[in-house]
Design a protein around this ligand. Structure first.
Ligand SMILES: *Cc1c(COP(=O)(O)O)cnc(C)c1O
Length: 257
């Protein structure tokens, strides 16, 4: 019969194996994603350094973020403040930059800018004002990307987040003029509806065109955040500088997320 000492030993060993197993799994997945990015860069005639991997850790625990950090990941993203705020607090000792990529309500701004260095989902003037006020109050400079919804009607916002292409200019100008904010570039998610549905490459090419126009006035706003697990090759071919990869690294999320 196992005594208490042996019982503990078994428990400890099991816990150790679980942690080691998850680390090995995440390392394998990261290696696969890294190979996909490197291959896509080579095919597109781009340098590997032109593309930054952001790992989207939404729905996964702080322990996974810690393992990713041990594996060399430095850029992580979240889409819901309720989940992200405690996770970022648990990981405050790690050398990470947190990106916020979800729809953002103005009443969450204060919390988000306490941990996020870059917000990818700026899609309206009221949010620019709230982010600017919050950044100034916190004494921080926050990077801001205009989220472009390629399926939004002229002059509107998408219900899934993002501004219609013809409103990107005025939102970008507002960010550029806002104290506490730095205009970093553009973000998009490949549309599920409209003329670009099922055509991520065409969608990302359109985003790159809009980015070229933006950079005429704001040369430093050169981030193009596009591409997820399913379409990172299309995004890199079109010129993305940042890909946001969740499930290909961490596993398929149960349910919506
Ligand atoms: C979840 C999410 C991602 C990552 O999606 P995967 O398909 O899991 O790679 C990228 N961008 C945004 C805005 C997200 O919400």
């Amino acid at each position: 019969m196992a005594g208490p000492g042996q019982g503990n030993a078994v428990t400890d060993e099991t816990a150790g194996t679980g942690q080691t197993g998850r680390k090995a799994e995440l390392a394998r997945n990261l290696a696969v994603v890294e190979r996909r990015i490197a291959t896509a860069c080579a095919v597109a005639g781009r340098k590997r350094e032109e593309v930054t991997l952001i790992v989207v850790t939404k729905t996964y625990p702080a322990d996974d973020v810690r393992i990713l950090s041990e594996l060399g990941v430095r850029q992580v993203a979240e889409n819901r403040d309720q989940d992200a705020a405690p996770k970022a607090a648990e990981c405050a000792d790690l050398p990470l930059t947190w990106h916020f990529v979800g729809q953002l309500q103005t009443n969450k701004v204060r919390s988000v800018i306490s941990y996020a260095g870059i917000v990818h989902s700026v899609d309206r003037l009221r949010l620019v004002d709230a982010l600017s006020a919050g950044a100034v109050r916190a004494g921080r400079e926050i990077g801001a990307l205009v989220q472009v919804a390629l399926d939004a009607e002229s002059g509107t916002r998408s219900s899934r987040g993002g501004a219609a292409p013809d409103t990107v200019g005025e939102i970008a100008e507002a960010i550029a003029a806002a104290p506490g904010l730095r205009l970093d570039g553009l973000m998009t998610v490949a549309p599920l509806a409209g003329p670009y549905a099922g055509q991520p490459r065409a969608a990302f090419d359109r985003l790159t065109e809009i980015s070229s126009l933006l950079r005429e006035a704001h040369p430093a706003a050169n981030m193009v955040s596009a591409g997820m697990s399913a379409d990172l090759e299309d995004a890199i071919a079109a010129g993305a500088t940042h890909v946001r990869i969740g499930s290909a690294v961490l596993g398929v999320r149960p349910g919506l997320g």
